[in-house]
Design a binder for this molecule. Sequence first.
Ligand SMILES: *Cc1c(COP(=O)(O)O)cnc(C)c1O
Length: 375
Amino acid sequence: MPVKYRDALRAIDPYKPARSLESVKRELGLTEIIKLAGNENNHGVSPEAARAFAELRPSLTRYPDMNCTILREALTARLGVNGDELIFGNGSFELISLIAQTFLEPGDETVIPWPSFGWYKLASIAVGAVPVTVPLTSHTIDLDAVLSAVTDRTRVVWLCNPNNPTGTYFTLSQLRAFLDRLPGGTLAALDEAYIDFAHADDFPDGASLFREYDNVISLRTFSKVYGLASLRIGYAIAGTPVIDAINRARQPINVNAAAQAAAAGALSDDAYYARVVAANARGRELYYETLTRWSVPYIPTQGNFIMLDTGRDSAAAVLEFLKRGVMIRGGTEFGMPTWLRITIGSDAENRKVLDILRELLGLAWLGGIIQNEEY
Ligand SMILES: *Cc1c(COP(=O)(O)O)cnc(C)c1O
């Protein structure tokens, strides 16, 4: 008789490991693959983070500080919050799972805009909750539609701002209007993984909103602007009752020492942060100008990635990019099968992407609308 596992997990596809870059390289005869498929930071590691990481060696035999004391203090100063208004996780992936474990009973509803970050749904299903998805309007999270989907059984609403994969955002006044009407017993989880790249004047900051609305939690990560995706560290900001509740589900030693040290180093490196944000802004502008000139539809982005519409099934384009040494993301998994999502990288990487795009466009992909275009 097969070992029995929980019914809730039957709705989740088993994890399929992504093919290793090494095996893809061998198959396609490439020496290098530029990865622009995961919205990681392609601008190198912060020297301060690297130094802190290197200095860690003498304490490798010890358990890490389970309170993340140094990092916590650095963040309280920077964010203007108290230490007990923060919780750290092994990436924000873990924090998303912890929020699901803390606030969702089996059978509870949870509202998830779609397309958005896939883990909200899987983490919710894993605890037996019922995901209620709400389609985007004009590629943007529609807070009115989200509110209409909230019932007295809804415990958590997941709001990714800016939204991955579309890069769109909702404004501070839209969010306030939403929170004013959201029942107090329903948690609004604001995933602000890309907030550092957001440049709109009316972009909301969850780190201040939780004081006005005690059902708001804001999720942040060191994987994107701080360039530490491999070390797995993120944090959340909320009022102490929310943080206290999540701490009950958290394993005591969940953030490793290397992640804590490197994160504190990266956080102190203002020059690095400014360099990454500036490079992203340059890349964004290059994409906007070029795609506009080429009449390729794209979605203006507040993140470090951009979606563009190929007008036909984009899976072929993903493969053509890969053959040319660049890994990007097709939109099929997001229900946008003609779109591509491309991480904005270094200046050279962005030019390479546009070179490939120009080549594919000239080669009749998209009907050959462009000939010998310069950017
Ligand atoms: C990349 C990303 C995260 C970050 O997850 P980590 O586990 O901190 O690496 C969280 N949310 C969204 C929407 C993301 O795109």
